[in-house]
Design a protein around this ligand. Sequence first.
Ligand code: NAG
Ligand code: NAG
Ligand code: NAG
Ligand code: NAG
Length: 594
Amino acid sequence: MKSSLLCAAVSVLSWTAAAFSFNAYDLGFHGLYPRKHFHSVDFEAPAPKITQWDSRCDYGNLFFTPRGPWVQGAARGPIITDPRGNLVWMDNHRFEQAMNFNVQKYRGQDYLTFWTKHRKTKHGKPAKHSKKSYVMLNSSYEVAYRIHPHGKKLKGDSHEFRITPQGTALITIYHKHQADCTDLKLGKSCWIQDGMFQEIDIETGKLLFEWRATDHIGMTDVFSSPNMKDGHGKSKADAFDFFHINSVDKTDSGDYVISARYMHAVVCISGKTGEVIWQLGGKNNDFRDLNHALDFAWQHHVTWQGNNTLSIFDNHANNVFHSPSSHSKGMIIKLDLEKMTATLVGKYVHPDKILNVSQGSVQVVNETGTVLVGFGNSPTYVEYSPEGKVLCAAHFAPHIAFEIIDFGLVKSYRIFKHPWVGKPKTNPAVKVKSGKAYVSWNGATEVSSWRLEKAAHGGGAGAKGGDDAEFVTIEEARRDGFETSFNLDKIHGHVRIAALDGARGVMAYSAVVKTPSPSHTLLWSSFILVLCFMGLAVLYRRRRQIPHISIPNLKLLDFKHRLHSITIKKQAVALDDLETESSPLLLAEREPEP
Ligand SMILES: *[C@@H]1O[C@H](CO)[C@@H](O)[C@H](O)[C@H]1NC(C)=O
Ligand SMILES: *[C@@H]1O[C@H](CO)[C@@H](O)[C@H](O)[C@H]1NC(C)=O
Ligand SMILES: *[C@@H]1O[C@H](CO)[C@@H](O)[C@H](O)[C@H]1NC(C)=O
Ligand SMILES: CC(=O)N[C@H]1CO[C@H](CO)[C@@H](O)[C@@H]1O
């Protein structure tokens, strides 16, 4: 009896050890969404764990949008990190919720593009409804274009925002209306969520093309059936999402390829008539499968790669109950449009054989030829060689939060990799704290070092003006990730920090800040000493009354951060848009409309 118990305990332990490799990160000791904090700014950046690395991944920056019930307050918003996970830029102030964050070219310039929504305010209070739009930020992180769908009451949906070489935007829309649902066995009239897309000219805002699923797709061609997540069709609020469009792209011939998740198909739509030209996968498949090229279901992010080639993220599952033998994967499929055959030319499986129900992306990184796959609902991404060999793998939440049951506590709809040059119009942020000066400059990609300078004449009113002549260089330091620090030992008076480019030219100065004067330091240290002494005395007296409780290894700093994030979390939850994250158990990534 005893030995079998022991045996069970040992096997459970070794399973846990194997699954989470017994490290603090994966067991959740750093929280269910580990974050990096800074002194100079109030950001909570992701702290990804990299489990595999190859120098071929040292290229560009990563663009993603962590979200979910565990990503709140200062942790939200669009995020750029370098390939090793160091923060480059985030904005939790203007864009608290973003999805599909990417870099796209428009008229030869790179823009940061994403879908976002922000809560309107009414009499100073957050209103019930939020405003949704697609945003393009230029290299100084300013809104250069904002795009809205055409049509009364049509709202821009988060699934797609693609800019074409012709300077147009492709967007998706979910439109609720009443329809004849006899084919769905839901009666003569039910509420559905129609799948639509529009092509809009970015410069003029003109609508160039619009397509709607119910005009061209039979309702019997889908694999979905009414359920809690997708609605039952009984009322507008309960409209049945029968089609689930989740990506649109344009082919070289001016037609469109869309991903219809609930059809398990990629559909090519005529740019002239809106008719279906061909369908890959699903009930009306037109292609002969040469090597498991049609082995996908509930897919996302279909991209036209040119030369009759498609990339697809094959989710392969639609609910948490699934067979352990199947898994999600990135796929590259080559079509022959004369012989009507489909060939699988690339297959990208997660090293942990992840199977995930929603979201996800596949990007062929043009410049390196690698393939970056984001696993959507699971907070992990992997970069592969074209042949499918895992080069780099990382996750931004502990294994414990997504390997056992994955309720999407932390996730990113898609993830992309691109080179990016950012030149913010702000100034570097500086903070003097505990004998150090901390400096950072959100989004400034061209800073290579920092220079600490001191006001020459002991500071005072003159120093505030920031006249160059009055400052002398004390020290230079190479940029060290997002935030760099200088020791201020024996430096008294007013200081400022200059951001230097590769040629050591000054790009900008921080504000001028005062370092604590020696007399103050002395005063404070004696005051703190007295406080400590008093504290000790009180503790000593208490100890004789109550039993001793030891708190193992609790760092004061951690505690402060935790306290801080709890306060922020509370505020954020109160203000949070309940539409999206109130039901983490409903694994759909779509934005149910109010
Ligand atoms: C970015 O957009 C803002 C606002 O439209 C504009 O003032 C600024 O000049 C633009 N910056 C660049 C580098 O294009
Ligand atoms: C396009 O595909 C054909 C057939 O697979 C191949 O021979 C050709 O090299 C490809 N062209 C490009 C530019 O990739
Ligand atoms: C891909 O990269 C090549 C050079 O590496 C460039 O000529 C081409 O325009 C790029 N294509 C896209 C779509 O960015
Ligand atoms: C929701 C869901 O299917 N999550 C799965 C993601 O992948 C891991 C690894 O296979 C599974 O354990 C989760 O259940």
